[in-house]
Write a protein that binds this ligand. Structure first.
Ligand code: ATP
Ligand code: MG
Length: 215
């Protein structure tokens, strides 16, 4: 039996992932939220956690550098899922991917008139697909964070971003004008590893499903 690495998203998903790990018997040996170590051992020998940037989880797992990962649905969809088997929606880190504009902007009218929209986002693939599906022409502006600023400074007419409570949007006088899809965190597994190391990985996948109430 070799080592199994589980790639976890740094940031907000991590806090909601820790109780799930405990229920699966994979309590970390040190607090991954505090530790500067990027590889953390767990209560189970041979299973370790690697803490990476949220958007990098599908890349680590898709390439087999980690056998399993926990990543936001947003990140997995934007990545495209190459090399990934996605057995479970973990139901944690729930939010919505939405289109938002400044308050008072008539988004519906702009869409109906066929105006060309400038849309700022870090989800360029999901955004392109969404607007292509509606037949709306967009100029995509790729940002890496703080999307809320773009409409305020006139960089874009709209943004595509995640919202949960809507507080950040409200604080910046923005409103969600369209929901693209609901989002939650998913378990992802390297497709090749699941075939070649099924006896090691399948029980873990099932344990996660049970812990997430999906079994
Ligand atoms: P970085 O800050 O390193 O660029 P990031 O901004 O993607 O990474 P987070 O903001 O922590 O990191 O978001 C990580 C994941 O948490 C997202 O991919 C998404 O799945 C989830 N998420 C983001 N915003 C929310 C939210 N408001 N509510 C619940 N989950 C969220
Ligand atoms: Mg962030």
């Amino acid at each position: 039996m070799g080592t199994i690495s589980i790639a976890l998203s740094k940031g907000r998903i991590l806090a909601e992932t820790l109780p799930l790990l405990a229920r699966v018997g994979l309590r970390p040996k040190e607090d991954p939220e505090r530790s500067r170590r990027m590889i953390v051992a767990t209560a189970r020998r041979g299973v370790r956690l690697v803490v990476v940037r949220a958007s990098d989880v599908p890349t680590y797992v898709g390439n087999g550098a980690a056998e399993i990962g926990i990543a936001g649905g947003d990140v997995v969809l934007e990545h495209g899922g190459a090399g990934l088997y996605q057995p479970i929606d973990l139901g944690i880190a729930r939010c919505r991917l939405v289109v938002a504009t400044r308050r008072g902007v008539d988004y519906r009218a702009a869409v109906q008139q066929g105006s060309r929209l400038r849309v700022a986002t870090k989800y360029v693939n999901l955004t392109r697909e969404h607007f292509a599906g509606k037949g709306v022409h967009v100029d995509l502006i790729r940002l890496y964070g703080s999307m809320e600023l773009a409409p305020l400074l006139g960089l874009a007419d709209a943004i595509v971003d995640l919202v949960a409570s809507g507080r950040t949007l409200r604080a910046n006088r923005l409103v969600a004008v369209e929901e693209i899809r609901p989002i939650s965190a998913r378990l992802v597994v390297n497709q090749v590893a699941l075939k070649t190391r099924r006896s090691e990985l399948q029980p873990l996948v099932e344990a996660f499903a049970k812990a997430a109430g999906r079994a």
